[in-house]
Ligand binder design. Sequence first.
Ligand code: PEP
Ligand code: MG
Length: 557
Amino acid sequence: MSVITGISASQGVAIGKVFLKKEEQVRVPIYTLAEAEIPKEIARLKEGLDKTAQALQNLHDKAKADVGEDEARIFDVHRMLLLDDEFVEHIETTIQNERVNAEEAVAVTEEVFANMFANMEDAYLRERAADIKDISKRLILNLLGQEEKSVAGIDYEAIIVAKDLYPSDTIQINKNFVKGLITLEGGKMSHTAILARTMQLPAVVGVGEAGDEIQEGDILILDAKKGEIIINPSEAEIEEFKKKQAEFEAYQQELLKYIGTESVTSDGQHIEICANIGRPSDVPAVLENDAEGVGLFRSEFLYMDSPEMPTEEEQYQAYKIAVEGLGGKRVIIRTLDVGGDKEIPYLNIPKEENPFLGYRAVRVCLEMKDLFKTQLRALLRSSVHGKLAIMIPMIISVDEVRRSKELIAECKAELLAEGVAVSDDIEVGIMIETPAAVMVADLLAKEVDFFSVGTNDLTQYILAADRMNPKIADLYDTCNPAVLRAIKKVADDAHEAGIWIGICGESGADTRLTGFFAAIGIDELSVSPSSVLEVRKTVQSINAAEQKANLHQNWNI
Ligand code: PEP
Ligand code: MG
């Protein structure tokens, strides 16, 4: 056995046999055809195309039923590319002119089209090269009568090991069989990590090269909280795992007791506990875990899951599901937070030296006004279906807040003039995640209805420690007194101005900090759905007055 470590992406422990999702190399056979065999080969190609198109249609339908239209759209795009006239014609001509078998003709065509896309000016079209490779691989496997190694086919207790997982993989995961996830790439905020938390699946990400040690057929024990993976464990380690698993399950069971109970400290201070989501399909997990609302809906996932800009109507439908689904509880939807590690190819944002210090979030939105207004209109339209709040990310100045609010007012006026109803009761807040926002929090507080502290970014900016860089992960310390003092200042400024303040970064779920948050009077904690009950349990166990009295001693504040 050996032990490797990575970044903890969720909780829980798991044991299972490895399902290695490698970037598979397909072996393409090459043979020459006699003239007379060509029509038969073209008929075989047509059959392969039909089958592949049908498989993509099935994947689309399954994804739509399981997670929604937005996530399913990628399969539609793939089907369109597969059946594109020029693509199909190129394959047929290659079979005819070169007299080669269909698989080889597809491989030749793949190279031509992938190169063509890869060399395009437009960043969105460049990304299509990967799609051409994807559909060509599917088609070749189909022609060969081979099944693609898809996570949907897993029928044993497995731990998926992959370089990274794509939305098209993750939506096929069947939790009856898939017990855990390991990715070589990615960080705590990667797609896979967020999905694992929402699905409540044990996951370790960012394992790096150490993951190459894992072989097909290995048995793995995954301790997600510790970020530890044991390869081919001994009997004693399996026994140890079973104990931990039983403890974890008993703990999960115990947490169910907290459903329907109040989130108040032992001395009566209420701290609202809400959930973070990325997609409308996360709403059931919010309700099952009895969250008091949605404290952060990362709207950028709608944009990242889509091959092109989601329209106003598409966004409206997505926001409506969340706002309506929460049945009157507040849903805070954050406006587009593109940039940093979140890339959206079709926005054509050029690569930057320092993307986290660059063209990001509200900076993009205030410049790309049409894009911003499309989102704001969709948000405002959704407001009549429940209790919507709008939150602007990456604010550094009062000016940005005012300009954002002006655009919100402009969109509202336009909608009302068009006869479209908009609620009169929409809170507008900002994320506090830059040192600048901390320093001018007293001024910002006069402009908005609430603050929500983005501790993921705030920590990296205060400590000058990249949140994605494993080499300095020890410096990226969310409990560092510099970070905590910043949060306390912001909380004091918020309360002084009479507005409420929440935490929506990962620190909100860190139960080491719950006492600190209670002591400084944080009003709301927004955490992944699977952490809601644990945080509520911790809140109930805390005496806020005691925590306040010991603030300096405990936290060096
Ligand atoms: C944060 O920065 O803490 C936050 C919640 O936003 P994100 O992680 O999406 O940058
Ligand atoms: Mg952030």
